[in-house]
Design a protein. Structure first.
Ligand SMILES: [Fe+2]
Length: 136
């Protein structure tokens, strides 16, 4: 999976974080999936949610984006999924390879339905309020 210019939401910092998620998806598509890789994956996803959702929500709030509440709900759902899948894996129900498959499917779905859809909804708003967002 490769980053494409049409994925851009017009804010460099957010685009970079989205690119980081694509890198994680690519790691999950490897042939060899180890327990260590999955542990690292969870740490990275945890960091992704903390850093990325905070950045995005802060920017949307500053600019007075109307649909922030609904957008936040989607972020919350991702956080809940992450903590649920982590717990399941923690009790040893799933093998690393099976887990990688299901995490991969979830993240691809997230990319299409959240990043390429809900995130795109604020793109025009960002462009119109650029000075409020970035102090430019
Ligand atoms: Fe988002």
């Amino acid at each position: 999976m490769q980053w494409k210019p049409e994925y851009s939401v017009g804010i460099e910092e957010i685009d970079r974080q989205h690119q980081g998620l694509i890198e994680l998806i690519n790691l999950l598509s490897r042939d060899e999936i180890s327990t260590g890789l999955m542990a690292r994956m969870f740490d990275e996803l945890e960091a992704y949610t903390k850093e990325h959702f905070t950045t995005e929500e802060r920017l949307l709030k500053t600019a007075g984006f109307d649909d922030l509440k609904a957008h936040r709900k989607e972020h919350k759902a991702f956080e809940q999924w992450l903590s649920a899948v982590r717990q399941t894996y923690g009790v040893g129900v799933t093998s690393p390879a099976l887990l990688a498959q299901s995490v991969n499917a979830f993240l691809r779905d997230w990319l299409v339905n959240h990043i390429l859809s809900s995130d795109m909804a604020y793109k025009d708003h960002v462009a119109a309020n650029r000075s409020t967002y970035l102090g430019e």
